[in-house]
Every structure is written in C-alpha cells, then in structure tokens.
Write a protein that binds this ligand. Structure first.
Ligand code: COA
Length: 257
C-alpha cells in the first residue's frame, strides 16, 4: 500500500511521519512521495495536527531518491509524485521539524531547507550528489542553499557532491542543533510539544510571513530545476551513473561530451 514505507502517527497534536524502509536505507520511491504528499496536504486541513515531525530510523534519515525507481518510474512531468511532494512540502502551513539521525542524501538533505527546525546527531552525514549522478539540484535547493549557506559553500556542496558532517551543516546554517542519538528524538518531541501548545493561528500566520517573501521564487526554481532534472534523467550521463551504482562500480564520464 501507499503507506507501507511511511509510518504515520498522530499524538497530542504532533503528526509524526517516518521513513520506514531500512532495507534500502529509506530510499524514497514514487509511492512514498505520494504518501508523503497526501499526508502533508491533509495536515494543512486537519485542525488536530498542530506540528509535523519528520524522522527516519537510528542511523538513517533517508538515502534520497530510490535509484532503481528512477530507472523504473522516472518522473515524466511536474505532476509526478516527487514534484507533488515538493509542492506539498513548500506549502505546508504548520511547523515542520526534521529529525536527522544518520544519513541524509539527496532529497534527504534538500528537503531540510524547507523545514522550520532541523536537529541532527553528531554522526549525521549529508550529501548532495546530484552532479555525480548526472542530475541537477531539486527542491529549489539551487535557490535556497546559496541563501542559507552562502554562494561558495552551496557551490562546493552542489558541484562536488561530497559528504559533509553535522558540524559543517550547522556551520552552514542548515541545522538548529546537534544532539546525541539517545537524546535527539526526545529533544525534537519536546520542541514539538511547545509548538503544539501555542496559538495555532498565530503560529500559522508567522510561518506564512517567514516563507511568503520567497514562495514565488521557490516555485519558479522548482519548475526550472524540474525541467532540467527530467531532461538529465534520460541523459547518457545519468544512465552511466545509475548503471555504475547498480553494478557497484565507479562511473566513467570520460567518453561523454
Ligand atoms: N536507491 C536505491 N537503493 C539504495 C539507495 C538508493 N538511493 N540507497 C541505498 N540503497 C540500497 C543499496 O543499493 C543496498 O542494496 P543491496 O543490499 O541490494 O546491495 C542497500 O540499500 C543498503 O545500502 P548500502 O549501500 O549497502 O549501505 P551503505 O551504508 O554502505 O551506504 C549509502 C549507504 C546511502 C551511502 C549508499 O547506499 C548510497 O550512496 N546510496 C545512494 C544514494 C544516492 O545517490 N541517492 C540518490 C540521491 S538523488
């Protein structure tokens, strides 16, 4: 079913959405994007939801888009589940807290740029490997990351696509705090409880005011990225990168223009 790999639990006004596909490092499939998009859209209209918490499991938040799924079900237009998810993410009206215990690759990192609060463990590792995969940035990260981290740092993360640490993510302005694994969820839940007790209307309006100045640029960037992303997905560069991943070898781009 749609919800098989996304766990949902609503308790005391806190909607907890968890990536739950540990055998694939929580790699996200089209069904998972669809489930998340629906859950986020419903959160907007459900008065019982005061705050949304997004988590993975100890050791892994998510390894990003499922590369096998990229080959089997590539997004063909901006109505595809991945883009529906990104739209829902950028239009969520309630506070969104991300809890990153471990790996956060690709969209696992770019989605954090849309969250209101982000907490991670000292061992958390982030990566934006789009170029390495023959792809381009998504989730408006080509706009949001330079804004958050500064141009040079964003260029380094997006052009080189190397793994960076929680300490580096904090220094880049992408995190609110770093907590040991055994305190992380408790801390995030504590913050979520505080938010859940606040006046919902004032909270919603404040988030709207914080996000509003950038909303149209975010949508514009997502559209522009989406066009190039879909184009690159069927490029020889991406084909080589995906084959290399599946065959567990180093990609060779030397023969491609
Ligand atoms: N898509 C598809 N399968 C994935 C995946 C992904 N994004 N991430 C992990 N998996 C699979 C692995 O292929 C492996 O499958 P196998 O058991 O059949 O060999 C399984 O999940 C476990 O992952 P593994 O690579 O053994 O774990 P690791 O701890 O050594 O490495 C990662 C974890 C995330 C660093 C590594 O799997 C990786 O680089 N994944 C790809 C990340 C990526 O490029 N995402 C796309 C961003 S757009």
């Amino acid at each position: 079913s749609l919800m098989q790999h996304i766990h949902q639990a609503l308790e005391n006004g806190i909607l907890r959405l968890s990536f739950n596909r540990p055998e694939r490092k929580n790699a996200i499939t089209t069904a998972m994007y669809e489930a998340l998009a629906q859950a986020l859209d419903q959160a907007n209209s459900d008065p019982a939801v005061r705050v949304v918490l997004l988590t993975g499991q100890p050791g892994v938040f998510t390894s990003g888009n499922d590369i096998q799924d990229f080959l089997n079900n590539p997004p063909s237009d901006t109505q595809s589940p991945v883009f529906r998810f990104l739209h829902a993410l950028s239009h969520l009206e309630k506070p969104l807290i991300a809890v990153v215990d471990g790996l956060a690759v690709g969209v696992g990192t770019t989605l954090l740029l849309h969250c209101d609060l982000v907490y991670a463990t000292p061992e958390a590792r982030f990566q934006l490997p789009f170029v390495n995969l023959g792809l381009v940035p998504e989730a408006a990260s080509s706009f949001l990351l330079p804004k958050v981290a500064g141009y040079q740092r964003a260029a380094e993360m997006l052009l080189l696509g190397e793994v960076f640490t929680a300490e580096q993510a904090l220094a880049a302005g992408m995190l609110n705090g770093i907590l040991p694994s055994n305190q992380l969820l408790e801390h995030a839940l504590g913050v979520a409880h505080k938010l859940a007790e606040k006046p919902a209307q004032a909270l919603r309006l404040t988030k709207q005011l914080l996000k509003q100045p950038y909303l149209s640029q975010i949508q514009q960037t997502m559209r522009a990225e989406g066009v190039q992303f879909i184009r690159q997905l069927s490029s020889p560069e991406a084909r080589e990168a995906f084959s290399a991943f599946i065959e567990k070898r180093k990609p060779d781009f030397s023969k491609l223009g």
